[in-house]
Design a protein. Structure first.
Length: 79
């Protein structure tokens, strides 16, 4: 199962995600959390991502995809 929740800040995405991950026993992939975890490492990808985040810019889609591609390939599903 793959579920994508979209919405502005404060719209309840986190609340609904917590309920859905518990109900369906699937992994919750939150790109904001994943970005913060990635930049805490010292990898080639983390250094590039950090440059964008330090400037307050959006991290380009191709970098987000590089970061999450292994997780979304798992057959167990995700939210």
């Amino acid at each position: 199962m793959r579920i994508v929740l979209l919405g502005p800040p404060g719209s309840g995405k986190g609340t609904q995600s917590a309920r859905l991950t518990k109900c369906f026993e699937i992994e919750h992939l939150a790109t904001g959390d994943m970005l913060r975890t990635e930049v805490s490492k010292t990898t080639e990808l983390s250094l590039v991502i950090k440059k964008y985040m330090d400037k307050g810019d959006l991290v380009p889609d191709h970098l987000i995809i590089d970061m999450i591609k292994d997780k979304v390939a798992k057959p167990a599903g995700f939210l």
